[in-house]
Design a protein around this ligand. Sequence first.
Ligand code: FAD
Ligand code: NAD
Length: 474
Amino acid sequence: MVVGDIATGTDVLVIGGGPGGYVAAIRAGQLGLDVTLVEADAYGGTCLNEGCIPSKALIHVTGLAHEVEHAESMGLHARADIDVGGMVEWKDEIVDQLTSGVEKLCKANGVNLVPGRAEFADANTARVIHGGEGQGSESIDFEHAVIATGSRPIELPGLEFDGERILSSSEILSLESLPESVLVVGGGYIGMELSTMLAKLGTNVTVVEMLDDILPGYDDDITRTVRKRAENLGVDFHFGEAAQGWTEKAAAACVTTETEDGETSEYTAERVLVAVGRQPASDTCNVEAAGLEPNDRGVLETDDATRTAVEHIHAVGDVAGEPMLAHKAYKEGHVAAEVIAGEPTRLDYQAIPAAVFTDPEIGTVGLTVEEAEAEGFDPVVGEMPLRGSGRALTLGDTDGFVRIVADSETEFVLGGQIVAPDASELIAEVGLAVEMGAQLEDIAATIHTHPTLSEAVAEAAANARGSAVHTLNR
Ligand code: FAD
Ligand code: NAD
């Protein structure tokens, strides 16, 4: 303890108030534990302040504007008058509402909120340095700790963030005026979601991706559909080129890229969005003093009870590794709190869904065909193309499909991949099927409301059984 510190004690110390941390804290409070949550910046973490929520708000409103302006074939002739400042203000209001909601929920569940940066002093004590001059610090003894310090954007050497030309996703989501051109480095989740959004706002977007396609890890027919739509919006893709560095040229950034063969190219844009992945923030709370060592990727490794190598210290969310998704952080936060409270809870990763909020959206859960084969299954696949869906036609949005993967012998649903409007919502049905051990017939025989996109999920399940009516059976 440092002289002058105030000393307090708690059953559970949670470090970081993002989706992993605040869920762990609230759940631990519900289970009757004495909980202290320390947050260095803003409640809600990356997700609420500069990630999921702000990006989805802006993606929605730009999608709306684009849809209104491209509905001539439906007999609608309209122009959307985009006020970027107004859009950002609306997004900020949503963020404020949600972050203050998290604070209220924590308090209502008895969580003691401490603003400041927490650092371990040893395996049972942390020091909290309060923000601002003269704010002092305090020392907290704990029985259990949950490290939920999240992640930060990876900085490319030669393209360090400067808040002016070279931006991270956080800064691009808060721009008050529309750049005329943006070079996006990285065609992953952030690159694809935000390049689609910017293109719909009328910005000239170029994407430079080191690999030979967008969204590494997704099936070819998924990326093809999304890439084509982005190209139709005017996004210019360059694959097999890694961004190396930049210079200021004629009031713009001139970025140099290089192929594996050493061929270089230059791209000029008003702003550059670097979205080449995120790294765990395992270096913010002096984990070494608690006896922990992040692995070579900065991840705090955990077991299926979210325990680190030091048994009474847990790690959840992005700092505990891939996939870096808010709902995975939620789940781990729940498990950490329940394990600490002595409940027999464990993590089960077989059904973590993922959604990419491109146009059309992508939703996936469970196994792909290749993954099912690799795990020793003999998979059967059912598909429903959206062009056969009445609802997709009424929405004027027929690019995409629903695919269900099942075990051919038992017909247990193993996974699904959806490319469609609202695929992020539709995938929940397949996730439920995987989680509860449903069979193809359970989905196919469920009466789905007509006309909806969810009917395509039932049709895909029926298609895998050879009994689809609205599409040709395979
Ligand atoms: P974070 O949300 O990063 O929270 C960590 C918190 O810890 C921060 O508030 C930080 O201030 C605090 N902290 C760090 N160190 C200390 C310390 N020493 N003391 C006290 N406090 C500390 N995921 C999805 O599932 N869906 C999406 O649509 C989605 N969209 C995204 C869009 C963007 C642009 C980005 C960047 C991310 C997106 N994500 C999305 C990912 C999602 O935001 C993260 O997976 C999620 O926020 C991880 O939660 P977490 O609690 O682990 O960490
Ligand atoms: P990402 O890992 O999804 O994509 C990074 C891309 O950058 C890859 O395709 C990679 O090949 C490419 N790349 C790396 N170095 C490069 C270079 N020098 N030049 C050109 N390309 C390069 O990372 P991201 O888009 O930054 O997103 C970070 C994480 O945030 C995601 O992995 C995801 O966990 C989370 N996220 C989730 C959502 C969602 O759930 N909808 C949305 C946004 C972000």
